[in-house]
Design a protein. Structure first.
Length: 169
């Protein structure tokens, strides 16, 4: 169970991580736009122009990976929220199970102990699916993070190499 301090630190981390992802993806997109404006197409060959084209394509794929990272993070957060909601509902029902009848004030329904036990069982069955989905999307988000950063680095180095190479031709 989290403490107020650890929850606060995680909230700060999450906001900073999202801002960083938006910044890097946006900056890479702007770099692609700049390269596109100054790029002069030539016949494919072993030349600075071909290397610059390869750099541009690599950076475009990096932008796509950045978007996929953001998407996976958002989906992981949604699954995590559903998981936490179900865990809280199950905990509330278990705590009130000894009282009969149980009143669900949000829905206006009255539940007997048997129907409460049935709802607890349903939650117990679907909860692992939400947890697995959240973990899978969090792992995918991490993989997209690494892919985006690697492509960004390679694309940038290729761009610099093409510009330096152009100076010697």
């Amino acid at each position: 169970m989290g403490t107020e301090r650890s929850d606060s630190v995680f909230t700060y981390y999450r906001a900073a991580s999202e801002k960083f992802d938006y910044f890097v993806t946006g900056l890479t997109g702007a770099l692609c736009a700049y390269i596109s404006q100054t790029f002069t197409p030539e016949r494919l060959s072993i030349s600075p122009a071909s290397l610059e084209l390869a750099a541009l394509l690599t950076l475009v794929v990096s932008v796509i990976a950045g978007f996929k990272r953001i998407e996976a993070s958002l989906i992981a957060t949604r699954y995590n929220a559903h998981t936490l909601r179900l865990q809280e509902q199950r905990g509330q029902m278990v705590a009130k199970l000894s009282r009969a009848p149980l009143v669900n004030s949000a829905a206006g329904e009255i539940l007997n102990p048997v129907s409460v036990q049935t709802k607890i069982q349903v939650i117990a069955e679907v909860l692992p699916e939400f947890e697995k989905s959240a973990n899978d999307k969090a792992e995918a988000s991490g993989n997209w993070y690494k892919t985006r950063n690697w492509l960004l680095m390679v694309g940038f180095l290729m761009l610099v190499a093409s510009r330096v190479w152009r100076a010697y031709t």
